[in-house]
Design a protein around this ligand. Sequence first.
Ligand code: AMP
Length: 222
Amino acid sequence: MNLVLFGPPGAGKGTQSQFIIKRFNLVHVSTGDLLRVAMKNKTSLGLEAKKFVDVGNLVPDSIMLSLIKEVIKNNKGKGLLLDGFPRNVPQAMELDQLFQAEKTPLDKAVFLEVDREILKARLIGRRVCATCGSAYQTEMKRPRVEGICDLDGGKLEHRKDDQPEVIDNRLEVYEKNTAPLKDYYKDMKKFVVVDGVGEPEVISGLIADAVLGKSRDLRGKE
Ligand code: AMP
């Protein structure tokens, strides 16, 4: 099974990915995480990507496509959960071709829906572990020890692109480039939408049902 998980920044894609990969035995592919590792290691990809990521713009498609091709090549025979890819319609079309070439079609594109005001609050309050990437919230999901990850003791950081001045641009980039994927996947009859506000466990259950076709939202049938 191959799934795409998409939605605006702060919708909870990373958190929900952890659940979905276990539930459906998939490999988690977060292009944002891959770029952050490359940036941290100062590889040529990382140095190039940093110019775009730090200001909240999309990394050019040519770069992202070579990255995703590499991922697909290295995971032959395994189901993938794509988190953060595709980010626009051209990437989605390329992805379809790649999956077609592998004879492993996309099963569902799950859209996590969250209001803009909630997204902004989440992004401003988000802190992530510098080593494992686990996400916390300054108000709602605090670590046991301030500034330290519960899971591996890593230092919690405020992502550069989660600073208020970058957030607005990311949300605009999302509306312009990524939101059109909703219609793209509706036309392909792969679209399912899940309400991304609430208890993470409840949302996870809704995603599982949607993937299994148990409670497809009517909007997915438009
Ligand atoms: P994320 O962790 O998914 O929020 O991604 C962080 C940043 O990485 C985004 O704001 C983009 O700058 C970049 N990025 C991640 N995935 C993609 C993609 N598929 N296409 C272009 N840029 C991406």
